[in-house]
Design a protein around this ligand. Structure first.
Ligand code: PA5
Length: 435
């Protein structure tokens, strides 16, 4: 199975509070399903697992195969929704030290990232890391005008052209962008780069299951059929307008109930370090979708038990405006046992025969109890395991929950007008002609 099961027993809310939203949720359900048919609304992700472009999907697989064959590194250039989904899936599903492994162990190209900051040191260090290795680039930008990836692409395009010559470089550049507009589209057409289209009705942060996420994910050797199959399971499972039976909608509602009880900060917690970027992706999804018009739950992330030694004190005894959502991976990917030690100088023999997963889960249970006592309500998301199907399921679960939650909050979960403000100021300071 690739199931996800929610547990609200420590959420400090009762089903009566959730069910008060039943009618509103039904309306939202209908609205989303109607909007999914409208090319001008950003709800194309809703039916994507059943409606995706099969031809484009095969092209993704073909290009991924070529990149896996001719490249030791795939450089993914993009920012926000244009790279976080790919990184979330790749890092959740590959070896924790994937990029540091040697080629033979890794069996797939290193996946490196650029265009998500404007640091010269980062790009210089990246060039050092890439060195002589055979390289392909996947530059991803829906608008095709975003400054950070545009700068990185200009620099790495030149790097690639110097290394391979213009003709061969062209064969190593893969562009994922809008079907018609933007500087990146113009550049791709002029240079005849292999191009993938981001559907008009899917915004950046909802685009992980399009070529935006799928090409890098496939290059990393992850089965994208399984990923889509998992998302399809979720699409079918959460296609029930009845709040009573729909855990995805219950999560969306529970967040809003907590928000109306002055819990305006949600921490998404994992006990599995591989899921660091899954949390980064979730932060962007919910932050950009809900934080507007002076409203919204602030989405934060934490890795436990690591952050229990940094944030733990605050969570236990600090301001009481926080709730936690914990992702529990039920079946670990791999495990280790504590063995007996004759001298027991470290005092750990009481754990003899116990697995690390067992101990990690006890840490989780103990922490939930402590935080709930400290007035930090808890929502538990139990996911069967870390595999492509279950991650596909989880991605869809969060996308749908986010859209519904934003609509309950009465904001537009598909725009991000606030992001323009810093850009305008930056362009003014940089003396850009039009901004
Ligand atoms: O979710 C979004 O729409 C944004 O986070 C974008 O993904 C991000 O700003 C990058 O934009 P673009 O893909 O146009 O370069």
């Amino acid at each position: 199975m690739s199931n996800i099961k929610l547990d609200f027993k420590n959420s400090k809310i009762v089903s009566r509070q959730i069910m008060k939203y039943a009618e509103r949720v039904e309306e939202i359900h209908k609205e989303l399903h109607e909007d999914a048919k409208d090319e001008n609304k950003f709800v194309g992700w809703l039916e994507l697992p059943s409606e995706y472009d099969k031809k484009e999907f095969e092209k993704i697989k073909k290009c991924a195969k070529k990149i896996r064959k001719d490249s030791e590194v795939l450089l993914v250039i993009g920012i926000g929704g244009s790279y976080l989904g790919a990184r979330a899936v790749i890092e959740s599903l590959t070896h924790t030290f994937y990029n540091a492994l040697d080629k033979e162990q890794r069996k797939s190209p290193q996946i490196l990232y650029a265009g998500n900051n404007i640091s010269g040191a980062y790009l210089n260090d990246l060039m050092d890391l890439i060195g002589d290795k055979d390289l392909s680039i996947n530059v991803i930008s829906k608008s095709g005008t975003t400054t950070e990836p545009a700068i990185a692409f200009r620099i790495f395009r030149e790097y690639l052209e110097n290394k391979y010559g213009i003709k061969e470089a062209r064969k190593r550049i893969y562009v994922t962008t809008d079907s018609e507009k933007g500087a990146l589209k113009t550049l791709a057409d002029t240079e005849k780069y292999e191009t993938f289209v981001i559907p008009n009705n899917i915004g950046g942060r909802y685009s992980v299951l399009t070529a935006v996420g799928l090409l890098p994910i496939a290059v990393a050797g992850i089965n994208i059929d399984d990923l889509m199959a998992g998302a399809k399971i979720a699409q079918d499972k959460y296609n029930d307008q009845n709040l009573k039976y729909n855990e995805c909608y219950q999560y969306a509602v529970a967040r809003n109930v907590l928000y109306s009880n002055y819990k305006n900060l949600e921490i998404l917690v994992t006990y599995e370090p591989k899921m660091h970027y899954l949390i980064e992706w979730w932060k962007q999804l919910f932050g950009e979708s809900e934080g507007k018009e002076g409203k919204g739950i602030f989405p934060a992330g934490a890795e436990f038990t690591t952050d229990l030694h940094s944030l733990g004190q605050y969570l236990q005894e600090g301001r009481k405006n926080i709730f936690e959502t914990v992702i529990n991976v039920v079946e670990p990917l791999s495990n280790l046992k504590i063995r007996a030690d004759e001298d027991d100088l470290d005092g750990l023999n009481y754990l003899e025969g116990k697995t690390l997963d067992f101990i990690n889960k006890k840490a989780m249970q103990g922490t939930i109890e402590a935080h709930v006592d400290g007035d930090v309500p808890n929502i538990l998301i139990n996911m069967d395991r870390l595999d492509a199907k279950t991650i596909g399921h989880l991605l869809y679960f969060f996308e749908l929950a986010c859209a519904v939650s934003g609509k309950i909050l009465e904001v537009d979960p598909f725009n991000q007008p606030g992001v323009e403000k810093y850009k305008k100021n930056m362009f003014k300071l940089l003396k850009k002609a039009i901004y």
